[in-house]
Ligand binder design. Structure first.
Ligand code: THU
Length: 132
């Protein structure tokens, strides 16, 4: 199976587990590492609205807790949108663990419809290099 198909299916399966009773806007995200591991997540909302978080953030939590590594590909899918792009906060979180060349696959319900890079969606982002 193609890498992009595998990642799309992982993101879509994660989306089915979203906890989104307030927005009714389920989102799924999946990350793939250079050595082929895949981590997925869904958005998890909260009755205290600001305490909820995004699908990309859930996926990043799984990825970091399992040892991290280089992220080569990211896929995102939303039930009610054909081509969702990560929110601003998630762009910054994803950038922490990826490169400008990391591929970002935007999906509809059937698969990848467009592939961008992290550099495309977060130009001039803040880098932690200066903090090291
Ligand atoms: N959401 C994500 O999970 N990822 C994004 O990149 C954009 C927004 C979620 C957050 C919230 O649960 C719902 O979509 C509506 O904003």
């Amino acid at each position: 199976m193609a890498v992009t198909d595998e990642l799309f299916l992982a993101a879509r399966a994660a989306m089915a587990k979203a906890h989104a009773p307030y927005s009714h806007f389920p989102v799924g995200a999946a990350l793939r590492t250079a050595d082929g591991r895949v981590y997925a997540g869904a958005n998890i909302e909260n009755a205290s609205y600001p305490e909820g978080w995004c699908a990309e953030t859930t996926a990043l939590g799984h990825y970091v807790m399992d040892g991290g590594g280089e992220i080569t590909d990211i896929a995102v899918v939303a039930e009610r949108m054909d081509r969702i792009t990560p929110c601003g906060g998630c762009r910054q979180r994803l950038a922490e663990f990826s490169r400008p060349s990391t591929r970002l696959h935007l999906c509809d319900q059937n698969g990848v419809v467009e592939t961008l890079t992290m550099g495309d969606i977060l130009p001039l982002g803040f880098s932690g290099e200066i903090l090291k």
